[in-house]
Design a protein around this ligand. Structure first.
Ligand code: SAM
Length: 355
């Protein structure tokens, strides 16, 4: 029922101001029974105030699809015997960076499954090699849950940013998405360790993962309000046939867009990607994401030969294009949405809410 409290304009004013938003108001925004164009244009206005029309590019290098984990939703989970496994060599990773640098990328994101082959020593050696050759670039790691000591070593080797989605902040929901040996508590511990070490930290969650409810999404938002992440990755869950969740439907594009917009209003300084998953479910998903408040895109820099193998979900886009094609296609999409690519590292905006 729409109570007088649930007035879209009033809630948006609260969200982008300093007043606390109540759960009931967040639930109303999440559920979307109102004119959502008001939400999207408010988010776009805030994004323009903090970041103008700039869109930051992150060159994504998916360097291994081996994973010791068994997340029930993920196509590269340990028990998926149909996944064709690969690892890039250090030289191959450096080649991706070389191509990326020539194309104008100033951030490299090294993402992979939790692959025991890539020991801390190996990761540090790759990070410091990239740092040495491209001192004007930021190195972002996204290699899962590690000890505080490992995170400290990666940081000292030159990694300045880390992406680790919390996936869901509700421990009961977390337990339905992951095997017993994984815990919500450890994932959150990792995020706080990363923050304390000094990383720019990215977190986030999938939209429409099995058993997700409006209440669990509210707990995601509350968790992010406590963590105050620098980056927020919100993309739809997409079904993968070779997982225990093969019978569950993919998440909704429109709910993902509303959550991007809500995040922009609550975290005006944040770097928020228009994800590849959004572009996979809707051919103009990334453009819609930008218009809803996103300001980052992450083109693929991995060698074309391995791209299809990094199959977290089915029908992933951009798996057949060379890096240069990926870059020019995205640039066209960004321009056609009314934004421009910024060729810089794209660090988090230091103007924080309330300042
Ligand atoms: N191992 C690292 C980690 O745990 O953060 C990075 C790799 S992990 C595969 C990257 C992200 O992919 C996860 O945080 C998850 O949100 C997303 N992902 C996995 N399976 C997915 C699916 N079926 N649909 C959409 N996103 C998915």
């Amino acid at each position: 029922m729409i109570t007088p409290k649930c007035d879209i304009t009033k809630i948006i004013t609260k969200l982008s101001g300093t007043q606390e938003t109540e759960d009931e108001e967040l639930a109303f925004l999440i559920d979307g029974n109102y004119d959502t164009s008001i939400l999207f244009s408010a988010a776009d206005k805030i994004r323009r105030r903090f970041y103008g029309t700039g869109v930051y590019l992150r060159g994504l290098i998916e360097f291994t699809n081996y994973c010791r984990n068994n997340c029930l939703y993920c196509g590269i989970r340990r028990d998926n015997r149909n996944a064709v496994r690969y690892r890039l060599t250090k030289e191959e990773i450096m080649q991706c960076c070389r191509e990326g640098y020539e194309l104008g990328y100033r951030t490299f994101v090294l993402q992979g499954g939790e692959d025991p082959y890539f020991t801390d020593d190996r990761i540090c050696s790759i990070v410091s090699e990239i740092h040495k050759h491209y001192p004007d670039c930021a190195v972002t790691l996204s290699v899962g849950e590690k000890t505080r000591e490992s995170y400290r070593r990666f940081f000292e080797a030159g990694a300045e940013r880390y992406l680790l989605r919390h996936e869901t902040a509700d421990p009961k929901h977390y337990a339905l998405l992951h095997p017993d040996e994984m815990s919500c508590e450890n994932r959150k511990r990792c995020l706080y360790d990363l923050k304390e070490i000094g990383y720019q930290v990215g977190t986030g969650f999938m939209v429409g993962s099995p058993f997700q409810t409006t209440e669990s999404i509210i707990s995601d938002i509350r968790f992010m309000q406590r963590l105050q992440p620098d980056m927020i990755g919100i993309g739809p869950f997409i079904t993968h046939n070779d997982t225990p969740f093969s019978k569950y439907p993919s998440g909704s594009v429109s709910l993902t867009l509303r959550l991007i917009a809500i995040s922009r209003l609550l975290f005006p300084y944040a770097l928020i990607p228009a994800t590849t998953a959004l572009g996979t479910l809707d051919p103009s998903g990334r453009e819609k994401g930008l218009k809803a408040g996103a300001n980052v895109v992450m083109p693929n820099l991995s060698p074309v030969a391995v791209r299809k193998k990094y199959e977290l979900y089915e029908n992933k886009i951009c798996t057949g294009e060379e890096s240069a094609q990926c870059r020019s296609c995205l640039e066209r999409r960004i321009n056609s949405s009314g934004y421009q690519v910024v060729n810089s590292r794209g660090d988090v905006c230091t103007i924080t809410k309330g300042n």
